[in-house]
Design a protein around this ligand. Structure first.
Ligand code: DI6
Ligand code: FE
Length: 408
């Protein structure tokens, strides 16, 4: 792909800067960009002229580039057939016993070459990018052996570059692979002694995650994974309390996690621990929707204790096959009762914090990376209040136009 065009000045925009997690609107706003960063923000009248490229927003809304801080978009194959089977009455376990479920994705992912895995994953990556996402976290977790996990991380890394930023997470502790059936502790030995050291050595992972759950790994096993991550200088995050309360949120907090994610079954003690540790709560309404869950995450408690709430697609083949960030904004409001402002903050400002990138991205402020979406609408509440109506008119990543409606 050719290197995209740099922008020097954007004018005539309603800027939703998302500073401090609020819309913090600047009417008739303008923005100056230099070396990929925001150099100045003010009113169009004071903006002056540009020697380089100038983008006229014609009154449209501009937000920070969206941050999708939790995805599993690198995998091969497809499980739509299981969706159909389930609607005809088959149970999740029945499907898994017949070779379906997560194991079928692992089989397809292991069998795919790096190039084929990249080709399939890129479709989802591009869907997110075209919907206004400029920073995407991608987890491994469908390889589950040293070579396949590293292959997934390499593919994830290769998707980032001039058009969007990728942050990678090693999720080797996602499920027990078939060859270790009944020997989860031995698989955790492999994760701690082989996979984490190899990923750290090749600098392929920015953080380490685990699935702490009855059908995943116990708190004791998760603790071992976190200790290995810490020994290799990697930050941690956790799939915590999604289907049951195993104290995952408190465990994540104890290890200074960037975030604890899901949290449907987190109790008051877990929320307190997160608040004290400064961990971000990553809410994933897509999985809640798809699994038809009933138990809501403790939104009021998180809000009261000042725990930042990020939002993400959880894009994966089994429980959240969703590549639409704005659909997630809407689900967060309809299902979790977030306000549209909280929802947008979750996919910008707080999403950035969940990745440890709060000083670089997530708001429109001087000194931050110039990741900007120009929307085909006027007010930020419109982004969450509907599904599929408003698209990005243009996306600027690192100060360069990487997407323009009607072109690539
Ligand atoms: N939580 C989930 O719900 C999924 N993984 C996870 O950590 C399940 C992923 C799948 O079924 O492929
Ligand atoms: Fe997930």
């Amino acid at each position: 792909m050719i290197r995209p065009m740099a922008v020097e000045l954007i004018v005539n925009a309603r800027l939703a800067t998302m500073r401090a997690g609020r819309y913090s609107l600047v009417e008739d706003g303008a923005m100056r960009i230099r070396d990929g960063r925001i150099e100045w923000i003010g009113s169009s009248r004071e903006a002056g002229s540009a020697t380089g490229d100038r983008l006229d927003a014609e009154g449209a809304l501009i937000t920070p580039g969206l941050v999708d801080c939790h995805t599993h978009l690198v995998y091969a194959g497809d499980r739509a057939i299981e969706f159909e089977q389930r609607l005809k009455g088959a149970g999740y376990e029945e499907i898994a016993r017949a070779g379906g479920g997560i194991v079928s994705t692992v089989r397809a992912t292991r069998a795919a070459s790096g190039a084929e895995l990249r080709r399939q994953s890129q479709v989802r990556f591009e869907a997110l990018r075209r919907a206004g996402v400029t920073t995407i976290e991608i987890k491994s977790g469908y390889g589950l052996d040293p070579d396949s996990e590293l292959k997934c991380l390499r593919v994830a890394r290769s998707l980032g570059g001039d058009h969007a930023r990728v942050v990678t997470t090693l999720l080797a502790a996602h499920a027990v692979p078939p060859e270790f059936a009944g020997r989860a502790d031995e698989y955790i030995d492999c994760v701690c002694n082989e996979i984490i050291p190899a990923a750290a050595h090749e600098k392929l992972a920015d953080a380490v995650d685990a699935f702490c759950e009855g059908i995943g790994f116990s708190p004791a096993q998760t603790r071992r994974v976190f200790e290995a991550a810490r020994a290799h200088g990697l930050r941690v995050k956790l799939h915590a309390d999604q289907l049951s309360n195993l104290g995952g949120a408190a465990l994540a907090a104890e290890f200074g996690a960037l975030s604890a994610d899901h949290l449907e079954h987190t109790d008051a003690a877990g929320v307190d621990a997160m608040a004290r540790a400064g961990a971000v709560a990553v809410l994933l309404p897509g999985a809640f929707y798809f699994l038809r869950e009933k138990k809501l995450p403790p939104i009021d408690e998180l809000r009261e204790k000042g725990v930042p709430m990020a939002l993400a697609t959880d894009c994966n083949p089994g429980t959240s096959p969703i590549a639409s960030p704005t659909a997630i904004l809407n689900m967060a409001c309809t299902l979790f009762r977030l306000t549209p402002e909280e929802a947008l903050a979750g996919m910008t400002c707080h999403g950035a914090r969940a990745l440890g990138l709060e000083n670089e991205i997530g708001t429109l402020e001087i000194g931050k990376r110039a990741d900007v979406v120009l929307w085909d609408c006027e007010h930020p509440s419109q982004l969450a209040a509907q599904i599929g109506m408003f698209q990005p008119r243009a996306v600027v990543f690192d100060g360069r136009v990487v997407l323009k409606m009607g072109s690539g």
